[in-house]
Design a protein around this ligand. Structure first.
Ligand code: 0A1
Ligand code: ZN
Length: 859
């Protein structure tokens, strides 16, 4: 196989499609090996008379083609690998094509494919062209009418977008169903699912009084495990009405859970398709993290109905228009359902871990890029998470009221349209009278701005001068950056609390603020910067350890209080890893432990305070990065913390876990603190801790604690934990989602040999993305010391698996390869081994998606 790097697509090349598709009629004759798709398109010319009709098509077997009932003669149309072109067409006409596809052969999971013996589709972003010939671009919106037929016994439930119409029986044991979607939509939102499911049903009455039938379709026997997803859906529907004034707009809302899926879920109009990992949950099989993820992903897909579906993207460069805004909406939903400060901390952890790393490496790109090689590779932390941060900054700068006015105007002005980031910001310019030209630089410039804070206290005048400077580092293709507007919530603190609070918008390269203190203030107050993480930046401050300790004590902002601990701990791990300090500083460990103990009344926050920055986060701080040394230093500090907290750990775990189980925030917070203590037990020098962990594992009443105990026990006992791992496997071998956790647990705590053993396990399945990710992504993203082992063993362990996965499923292969994005900043041995691996992969032949990642990584 030859590696082909994709040709770059440019935003500046955008041209409107020269035709309108007024109506799409699709007829599916479903068969796993030979599905026939008949498409009837009512087309009207909107561009120049000379324009040819060009349709996308990928891997389709064309059976027939006709315009206005007349079959096209060979030579009057051209069929290529990319689609179909008809040079001469009338101004208004009906085009009918018939094609054949083989869903059972579709391992890429894009287009129409089989999963667990059922038909399932995935069309974002370019899957529809694998189903039929069509202008497969988001700015072509049309009304879809679908007729489908399938074997009735094997596929009793037939679903598509919109509302159900006629159904009936056909010859040969087949049956049919009709679906009509009254809302015009782009092809990427088309969906079709057919199979035998168990269904969890409910209903919802909208604020307009409309009754909506809700249904979640899952594997046989799993219906009750969809109850939490259903509950989350109803709360999302209420929240969108109350917060954004948006009601649902069809009589039915269907969700289908599938085992084989490339992403988390997909917002197809009226028929969301979910990775089953984000639908199914109960206390014995799912962790609190799973319950939380289900809640937020169900909300995310539901919110897309307005931000993505009713108003969509003009082209894929505008992906952040729907994704950044929808992530921002789901984050705020979660904050309202749970705890706002805790949600903020979790969002920032995710942003720093994934997006900051992306921004600092060879795959860096702007939130709204102006070119891309492969669209599948644009579903990134930058587009999603940084995109959400930008909406958050916008809201903070204009205030909640004007933000709501702006979104109201956006929904009113652009309903039914495919638009751009500029269209979105024009709405906010119109309601505020402000100019967002400079703010939009955030969308165009890649890289994380670094803000340096300098403080100068003048005791004689009691003036504090604060200088803020911004600099965005160069990124591939963008050597020089302009200043962006950075809203920074700030405060001055002393032992009594806040002396002052304000917001500064740093618009230029630097700014100096002078604060005059009253007579009573004789010492320099502490400055609290970027409270609540108002801007997605990196802060650069040279504070003494005493000042950092004082910040931990005095911070009044919950986010910054947590972050002060993180910074302190990060510095300590770096010092330990660099050998400038042999053992953890006792005063620091005591301060850390004290902060945790003081937060005990808010257990979710206390749990977050026990967290030590991950190895990957420290890669950004000191380079070249040595994962092995950093990991050892981190563990040393974690052990010292465990020792210091031994009484607190025993006290926390000595209390019974809350019963009966409830997945809500209150109980989840208590379990979060308990599992944080279990993690610490796993690294505790106390000889009895292994026995305690084994008991916690055996006696756990929920998966959150059972899994945490098994993991900590594995960390503590190493190879001697096999018996417990075998016990878990024999209990859960028939539950794929729980077995994914079993694979991931070992991949994140073991080494290269562990990965090889897991890949040879009979239940390892290269065709199932969840299973592949549970071994490969878990190892490469959450076990950096083993993945970046200087002898290259970690790279070797995943190389073959990635190559094979990529052959079957390019989207999966490409995503797994992003783990190599930090290779350039590694210590010399790992760096050389990573480079050699990337070059070998490139030479071995990759899909064009994967080749795009590797070419940019090697860049
Ligand atoms: N729009 C979905 C994400 C998604 C993107 C691509 C997919 O297949 C290639 C699937 C899902 C979301 O934001 O949830
Ligand atoms: Zn989305």
């Amino acid at each position: 196989m030859r590696t082909e790097t994709p040709v770059s697509v440019q935003l500046s090349d955008y041209k409107p499609y020269p035709f309108e598709v007024e109506q799409v009629d699709l007829r599916f004759d479903l068969d796993p090996d030979a599905t026939k798709v008949r498409s009837e398109l009512k087309v009207r010319r909107t561009g120049g008379a000379e324009e040819a009709l060009e349709l996308d098509g990928d891997g389709l077997k064309l059976l027939s083609i006709a315009i206005d009932g007349t079959p096209l003669e060979p030579g009057t149309y051209e069929q290529t690998e990319k689609g179909l072109a008809i040079a001469s067409v009338p101004d208004a006409f009906t085009l009918v094509t018939e094609v054949e596809i083989a869903p059972s052969q579709n391992t890429a999971l894009s287009g129409l494919y089989m999963s667990g013996g059922r038909f399932c589709s995935q069309c974002e972003s370019t899957g529809f062209r694998r189903i039929t010939f069509y202008p497969d671009r988001p700015d072509v919106m049309s009304a879809f009418h679908v007729w489908m037929a399938a074997d009735k016994a094997a596929y009793p439930i037939l679903l598509s977008n919109g509302t159900p119409g006629e159904t009936g029986d056909l010859d040969d044991g087949r049956h049919f169903a009709v679906w009509d979607d009254p809302h015009k939509k782009p092809s990427y939102l088309f969906a079709l699912c057919a199979g035998d499911y168990d269904v969890w049903r409910d209903s919802f009455t909208t604020m307009n009084g409309d009754e909506i039938a809700l249904a979640i379709h899952v594997d046989k026997g799993d219906a009750e495990r969809a109850a939490w997803a259903m509950d989350s859906l109803k709360r999302s529907m209420t929240w969108d009405e109350q917060t954004y004034g948006r009601a649902y707009d069809l009589g039915v809302f269907n969700i289908v859970a599938v085992r084989d899926f490339n992403f988390g879920a997909m917002e197809n109009k009226g028929l969301n398709v979910f990775n089953s990992a984000y639908v199914l949950a109960d206390e014995s099989t799912a962790t609190d993290a799973d319950f939380e993820a289900i809640e937020s992903i169900v909300a995310h897909e539901y919110f897309h109905n307005w931000t993505g579906n009713r108003i969509t993207c003009r082209d894929w460069f505008q992906l952040c228009l729907k994704e950044g805004l929808t992530v921002f909406r789901d984050q705020n939903f979660s904050a309202d359902m749970r705890s706002r400060p805790v949600q903020r901390i979790k969002d920032v952890i995710r942003l720093r871990a994934r997006q900051f790393a992306e921004d600092a490496g060879p795959l860096a790109h702007s939130v709204r890029p102006d070119n891309y090689g492969s669209i599948d590779n644009l579903y990134t932390a930058t587009v999603y998470e940084k995109g959400a941060e930008l909406i958050g900054m916008l809201r903070r700068m204009i205030g909640e009221e004007l933000y709501r006015k702006g979104t109201d105007l956006y929904f009113e002005r652009h309903d039914g349209q495919a638009v751009t980031i500029e269209d979105f910001y024009k709405c906010f310019e119109d309601v505020t009278g402000e100019d967002f030209t400079q703010f939009r630089l955030w969308y165009a410039q890649a890289g994380t701005p670094e803000v340096t804070v300098e403080e100068n206290w003048k005791p004689e005048t009691r003036e504090l001068e604060i200088t803020l400077k911004q600099k965005t580092p160069p990124t591939p293709g963008q050597p020089v950056k302009k200043p962006v507007p950075i809203p920074l919530e700030m405060a001055l603190l002393d032992e009594e609390g806040n002396l002052a609070e304000w917001t500064t918008i740093l618009e230029d390269e630097d700014i100096t603020l002078t604060m005059e203190m009253p007579d009573s203030i004789t010492e320099a107050p502490l400055v609290s910067v970027n409270r609540d993480f108002t801007a997605p930046i990196r802060l650069n401050r040279s504070l003494t350890r005493d000042q950092r300790l004082a910040l931990v004590r005095m911070e009044t902002d919950p986010f910054n209080q947590w972050d002060a601990v993180q910074t302190l701990v990060k510095e300590e791990i770096l010092a330990l890893s660099e050998g400038s300090q042999a053992e953890p500083d006792d005063a620091l460990v005591a301060a850390h432990a004290g902060a945790i103990e003081r937060a005990v009344d808010d257990p979710a926050r206390a749990a977050l305070l026990t967290r030590l920055p991950e190895v990957g986060e420290m890669f950004l701080e000191r380079q070249p990065a040595d994962a092995v040394t950093l990991n050892a230093a981190r563990k040393k500090l974690q052990s010292a913390l465990a020792e210091k907290l031994s009484g607190f750990i025993a006290g926390t775990l000595g209390k019974p876990t809350p019963e009966p189980f409830n997945p809500g925030a209150e109980q989840a917070g208590i379990r979060a603190l308990r599992t944080a203590m279990i993690v610490l037990l796993g690294v505790s020098p106390d000889a009895a801790s292994a026995d305690t962990l084994r008991k916690l594992y055996d006696n756990a009443t929920n998966m959150t604690e059972r899994l945490a105990a098994l993991r900590a026990y594995t960390v503590q006992k190493g190879g001697k934990a096999n018996e417990a791992l075998a016990d878990f496997e024999s209990t859960w071998k028939d539950n794929p989602l729980v077995m994914d956790k079993w694979f991931a647990l070992q991949a994140t705590t073991g080494d290269a040999e562990t990965v090889k053993t897991l890949a040879a396990h009979p239940a390892f399945d290269l065709r199932n993305p969840n299973r592949v990710r549970s071994v490969v992504a878990a190892f490469t993203m959450q076990n950096l010391a083993a993945f970046h082992a200087p002898d290259g063993s970690g790279y070797q362990a995943v190389e073959e698996i990635i190559l094979k996965a990529d052959k079957a499923n390019p989207a999966l292969g490409a995503r797994l390869l992003t783990a190599f994005e930090q290779w350039r900043i590694l210590e010399p041995q790992a760096k050389a081994a990573a480079e050699a691996t990337l070059k070998r992969l490139q030479a071995a032949g990759l899909s064009s998606n994967a080749a795009d990642i590797v070419a940019r990584a090697l860049g």
